[in-house]
Write a protein that binds this ligand. Structure first.
Ligand code: ADP
Length: 771
């Protein structure tokens, strides 16, 4: 590594050429030739902040004077502190998407305050997805004997393991002591010292998040059960997936199906569906194709785009599905370079446009890991952490050429790869080194006049839109694993969003991690084969705050309290409230439903999924049988002389067969029914057939409203014929009578909310249709 490449903030070359938004982005020239989705906007071709509907809304609120090209006029030339800060501060005085984080003193606004504006110590630590099956730290290890001692019931560990575990124990003990020191006399006493008897947490399956969880629980004074508990706990903290055990009550920190939903291929499919519906709103995800099934399509589309724009010289990145930590990833210049043989390469994969012009800091490419809490699926509640981590490459960046394509230290930001580079820098400062806080980057950008407020607003928007793309699939898994009527558990989950900033500061989503690493230490090789776990202050700062405040938000006692306070508002504040008051302000900030009104119109596939779930019938299934599909068509009255029931069957068979042949999950492909994505495709087909003249999202909306209206009418009839409980037709919140034959105006009010699992679902179980 060139020493110059790692200069301290503000001293050196700094942020390379922040370009006015819209100029010279990595995807320029990519034209949506012949894709039928003319609006799959080449990312970055439009000026930041001027483009999409939602951004527009946000920007209007923020005051249009802020719509300026990020970093315009600075382009790496403006010295830090040259008067832009003042303007920045003035601009912050406006109202906009209220960002996460405490409001900065003196600004008096809702600004996403980059946490850690004060320099924080930085140490690198594993920042990848937690690989399934990664070893758990032994529960209670911190208090145990000599470092190298094998734990009861364990055989001798190989040298590397022994070293690592021993050091982990030492590190933990040290940390425990530091923890005690932190809770020193100054902060003791008063409410903090009042032990909360209440909340119980099962940490027996926390795996590598155990250390951060323990610190969080100590800070909260909650009760940890490191070996599990015979009685139910309030909260179960799992390191990997929802399926670790049978839990019937309380809350668990994983959603069923999340791992499957955020896999590279599934995410790409979900994003493509949204790009088809709302191309401008979803232009933050690079155009992607799924291999091997879309190889011919990929080749044809690239050929067409090149034909229409001969100066276009694209690069693509191939990423194996289910891979993590950069495993098996490679870059290509030409579609014919895709490797379809060999063990890794033959895996299903996603091939994606490579973002050639990322924002550079100290000449290096970096990405951002941001933590997002999905607090609830129904109703949707999303929180974003106010700081994240930036992971740096270790070779100065050059735009991809045939010569440098293979240089992973230049093109891939994965910590797990770059740690092996001789240039990797473990730094004690948050502003230097190969891993830094995101806030330290924001600070530098801000000092160069970049519009940080807009950047945060774009990131919030990206996160909300991505989660909106994921929720339909998650709801299908949820109803299958936790059917309505079961006491629980309820779920929440911390997700790791990997985001790349383009030169124009436009954030692009790279991937979503279901199990972001929550390790707060990194490994150091003391001697060959012997590793020591060294605490990483920057990881601890960010990750402990994320876990602790996730727990605070999920606190079952607070919820109970809220419920009882509704009944008796006169109750005096209790000890729990006092202990809470002693904690720092929340590190996580709600962004949904807070900004729901900007994004709710995007939730069309959610409504399609609600229909799908209604007709699934058999509990525990995620696939719709042919009878269920026919019942859907019949109940929604979609069949007519132009579209016979025989045609319905053919549509079902065609689409279902194709989707099952593409299934990446063997278990799933042997289950012959129609999956959600296949149903969505069938629904889009029907919508296109019925409402030819409209754009796709209006076609889908029209068909949705028609179906919802007809089902509501049917529901009304059944109630009248059945139990006699029918509300008067057309009453508030219910559907109009069966006369509602046609679609409503595309932007009219929804007839009936299908967002909530309702008695309707129970009723529709009469339509249960197994295949
Ligand atoms: P993994 O799960 O294996 O880490 P990612 O999708 O995160 O896979 O990709 C690994 C790294 O490759 C990212 O951290 C980023 O540096 C780089 N990368 C991935 N996709 C792109 C892209 N479309 N354009 C530019 N760089 C990318």
């Amino acid at each position: 590594m060139e020493p110059a490449a790692m200069e301290p903030a503000g001293l050196g070359t700094g942020i390379e050429g922040i370009q006015p938004a819209g100029t010279g982005t990595g995807t320029e020239g990519i034209q949506p030739a012949g894709m039928g989705t003319e609006a799959v906007e080449p990312a970055g071709l439009e000026p930041a902040g001027l483009g999409t509907g939602t951004e527009g809304i946000e920007q209007v609120e923020m005051g249009t004077e802020e719509i300026e090209p990020a970093g315009s006029g600075t382009e790496g030339t403006e010295p830090a502190g040259s008067g832009t800060e003042g303007r920045e501060q003035a601009e912050m005085g406006t109202k906009g998407i209220e960002p996460a984080g405490p409001e900065p003193a003196g600004l008096g606004i809702a600004e996403m305050e980059p946490a850690g504006l004060e320099p924080a110590e930085t140490e690198p630590a594993r920042e990848a997805e937690e690989p399934p099956g990664s070893p758990a730290l032994p529960a209670g290890a911190p208090q145990r004997g000599p470092p190298a001692a094998a734990l009861p019931g364990e055989g001798a560990l190989p040298g590397r393991e022994r070293g690592r575990r021993g050091a982990a124990a030492q590190g933990s003990a040290g940390r425990a002591a530091r923890g005690r020191a932190r809770r020193g006399p100054g902060r003791r006493g008063g409410a903090e010292s009042v032990r909360r008897a209440g909340v119980t947490v099962d940490s027996s399956k926390a795996k590598t998040s155990l250390e951060a969880l323990k610190i969080s629980l100590r800070q909260l004074r909650w009760k940890e059960f490191p070996f599990g508990r015979r009685l139910p706990c309030d909260i179960y903290w799992h390191g990997v997936s929802f399926h670790d055990s049978n839990i019937f009550s309380g809350q668990v920190n994983k959603f069923p199906g999340m791992m499957e939903t955020v896999r590279k291929i599934t995410l790409s499919r979900a994003m493509r569906t949204m790009q088809d519906l709302f191309p401008l709103e979803y232009n933050f995800y690079p155009r992607s194709w799924i291999l091997p099934e879309e190889l011919p399509l990929f080749m044809a589309e690239v050929r067409m785009m090149k034909d229409s724009n001969p100066s276009w010289k694209p690069t693509f990145i191939v990423k194996p599905d289910g891979g993590c930590q950069g495993d098996g990833i490679y870059l290509i210049k030409d579609p014919s370079d895709i490797r379809l043989t060999g063990s890794i390469q033959s895996r299903p994969a996603v091939v994606q446009e490579y973002i050639c012009k990322p924002l550079l800091v100290d000449k290096l490419k970096f990405d951002i890991r941001l933590y997002v809490l999905l607090k609830s699926l129904e109703p949707l509640e999303i929180y974003i952490a106010k700081d994240g981590l930036s992971r740096f490459c270790t070779e100065p960046y050059q735009e991809p050429t045939l010569k440098n394509l293979h240089q992973v230290f230049m093109h891939l930001t994965n910590y797990s790869l770059n740690i092996h580079s001789g240039n990797f820098i473990h730094s004690d400062s948050a502003n230097t080194g190969s891993k830094r806080t995101f806030s330290s980057i924001l600070c530098r950008l801000s000092s160069r006049g970049a519009d940080i407020k807009k950047l945060w607003s774009d990131i919030i928007s990206l996160v909300i839109k991505t989660i909106i793309a994921l929720t339909p699939e998650l709801k299908v898994y949820y109803q299958s694993d936790i059917p309505a009527g079961k006491p629980g558990p309820t779920c929440f989950q911390i997700l790791g969003f990997d985001i790349l900033l383009m030169k124009d500061l436009k954030p692009m989503l790279l991937e979503v991690n279901a199990n972001p690493s929550m390790r707060i230490e990194h490994e150091q090789e003391l001697s060959p084969g012997v590793f020591e776990n060294v605490p990483s202050p920057v990881d601890e700062k960010v990750k402990v705050a994320v876990i602790r405040d996730t727990l605070r938000l999920m606190d079952p006692q607070k919820k109970k309290k809220k419920d009882t306070q509704c009944q008796s508002s006169e109750e005096p504040p209790d000890a729990a409230a006092g202990a809470e008051a002693a904690l720092p302000s929340l590190f996580l900030k709600q962004v949904f439903p807070k900004y729901a009104r900007h994004f709710s119109y995007l939730r069309l596939v959610d409504r399609v999924a609600a229909l799908f779930i209604r007709f699934l019938g058999v509990k525990g299934t995620t696939k719709l049988g042919p009878t269920g599909f026919r019942t859907f068509i019949r109940n929604c009255k979609l069949s007519n002389s132009n579209f016979s029931m025989a045609a319905v069957d053919i549509l079902y068979i065609d689409i279902t067969r194709r989707w099952n042949s593409m299934s990446i999950d063997h278990k799933e492909s042997s289950n012959p029914g129609m999956c959600l994505q296949a149903f969505v495709e069938a629904f889009f087909c029907l919508a296109q057939k019925k409402y030819k003249a409209l754009p796709l999202h209006k076609q889908v909306l029209s068909l949705l409203e028609l179906c919802e209206c007809r089902l509501a009418a049917l529901h009304g009839k059944r109630l009248v014929w059945g139990c006699g409980l029918a509300e008067p037709r057309g009453a508030a919140g219910t559907a109009p009578g069966p006369g509602c034959a046609g679609p409503r105006q595309p932007h009219g009010p929804r007839v009936l909310s299908l967002q909530k699992p309702s008695p309707l679902r129970t009723l529709m179980c009469r339509d249960r249709a197994g295949s």
